[in-house]
Design a protein around this ligand. Structure first.
Ligand SMILES: Nc1ncnc2c1ncn2[C@@H]1O[C@H](COP(=O)(O)OP(=O)(O)OP(=O)(O)O)[C@@H](O)[C@H]1O
Ligand SMILES: [Mg+2]
Length: 415
């Protein structure tokens, strides 16, 4: 199918999802406490529950809600008691996430990412600080309001968490069945969602027959079944091969823009952040060490933890050259090996060859590449040039780069 056709099919599927979600009864049932299996459009506390739903959904006026941050984290701290002693998982974490943005949280294993993500739907209660969604403090909600809130928050996981004894259709529809939605409404909504994630033909298949990428598509459809405002992704692509990762990321991007979803995504893979996020926060040992727009953080990382996470993305020196590298030529002729870094701020459009030519006619491009991240060209280029011309060229400036790192020298004759 051509891309246009695919996109038209997705649009049609999304219109169907929207229509299927317009049933007020089903909408209400979506907020039912999980302990109540029957439809909830009748019963003594209907009005009270509806008021709680309105409070969770509506809050202030639409204009106010759009301008205000969607999620606010204030001074979050969390300590676990482990057998080996207390573990400080989060330390004074404060940040905001805007409505509709794709916000990345990155950090090494054990940095506190999952703990932080789970404070959003109160699966984890912080020891100090608060999380607010649309101005509502999650920690102050009673059990029923919390159930309502959790239905506004979809979640997907690294290992998909699908029920192996249920078909794709039943896995996706399960949250609606638990909420007491009528079978025909479940069917139309699930069909529309399966269209949206491109799995309509797998509706009656069991998870064991699906690839990892397909399982995650089921996970995404299930997370969207209550038409959430927020989607939380905990290492959603970590178990996938690069091709499936790309297709899941593009589905997430698609769904986020069509549904106006706020996505909070945690990963330890900078490539995922680069691919999809608007802003990123770097956690290290439970504390924020850096945050900002992705192109800035990736282009000019300040924290050592960020640099360490970025290292796999950097274009390294080829091993044969690395083996010959010395710190100093000690007067002998040879080549200077340079890494020119482009952070995206100085040259948003790209790198000018004219400026590169300032390094002289013998400059040789060895390795490297530039990426375009949110409209900014950034990356690094590895070059060699005769050491003598490098000393002369230095005076000319930076040849368009943000900075030039001298990696070392290779004595002649080698190249
Ligand atoms: N239930 C728990 N009991 C004790 N310690 C815990 C518990 N959950 C998490 N921790 C500890 O808290 C710290 C943060 O854990 P968390 O799972 O949030 O990290 P993470 O950044 O998500 O790591 P990963 O990338 O490996 O998933 C770790 O040191 C972890 O061992
Ligand atoms: Mg985790």
């Amino acid at each position: 199918m051509s891309l246009t056709l695919l996109s038209a099919a997705r649009d049609a599927a999304w219109r169907a999802v929207s229509t299927a979600m317009k049933y007020p009864e089903a909408e209400f049932a979506a907020y039912a406490p999980t302990s109540t299996a029957a439809p909830l459009s009748s019963g003594p506390d209907f009005a009270q529950r509806q008021a709680q739903i309105d409070a969770v959904r509506g809050g202030p006026s639409q204009a106010e809600a759009e301008a205000a941050p969607h999620l606010i984290f204030e001074h979050i701290a969390k300590q676990y008691k482990a057998a080996s002693g207390p573990v400080q998982a989060l330390r004074d974490v404060s940040f905001t996430v805007q409505r509709g943005e794709i916000f990345g949280i990155i950090g090494r294993s054990g940095a506190g990412k999952s703990t932080l993500l789970r404070t959003i739907n109160a699966l984890e209660r912080p020891d100090a600080g608060s999380v607010s969604i649309d101005g509502l403090r999650v920690g102050e909600l009673d059990e029923d309001a919390l159930v309502g809130l959790r239905r506004r928050i979809g979640m997907i996981f690294q290992h998909f968490n699908l029920l192996s004894a249920k078909t794709v259709r039943d896995n996706v529809g399960l949250p609606l069945r638990v909420a007491g939605v009528a079978p025909e409404q479940i069917r139309s909504r699930v069909d529309a969602l399966l269209d949206l994630v491109g799995l309509r033909d797998k509706a009656e298949v069991y998870p064991a027959k699906l690839s990892g990428g397909q399982k995650q598509r089921v996970g995404i459809a299930r997370a969207l079944v209550h038409e959430p405002d927020v989607l939380l992704c905990d290492e959603a692509t970590s178990a996938l091969d690069p091709e499936s990762t790309q297709s899941i990321l593009s589905l997430l991007r698609d769904v986020s823009s069509k549904m106006g979803l706020t996505v909070v995504l945690i990963t330890h893979d900078m490539a995922v952040i680069r691919e999809i996020c608007d802003r990123v926060l770097v956690l290290d040992q439970g504390a924020i060490v850096e945050q900002g727009e992705v192109w800035k953080v990736l282009g000019d990382p300040q924290a050592e933890a960020t640099r360490a996470l970025l290292r796999p993305l950097m274009h390294g020196l080829p091993p044969d050259l690395a083996a010959q590298l010395v710190d100093d030529l000690q007067g002998r002729p040879g080549l200077a090996i340079l890494s020119l870094h482009y952070g995206g701020a100085q040259r948003p459009q790209g790198v000018s060859l004219q400026e590169l030519a300032l390094l002289g006619p013998q400059a040789t491009l060895i390795h490297g590449g530039l990426d375009r991240i949110r409209g900014h060209a950034q990356g690094s280029l590895l070059l060699s040039l005769p050491a003598a011309s490098w000393h002369a060229a230095k005076a000319q400036g930076l040849a368009g780069a943000d900075f030039i790192e001298v990696l070392g020298y290779v004595p002649a004759p080698v190249l």
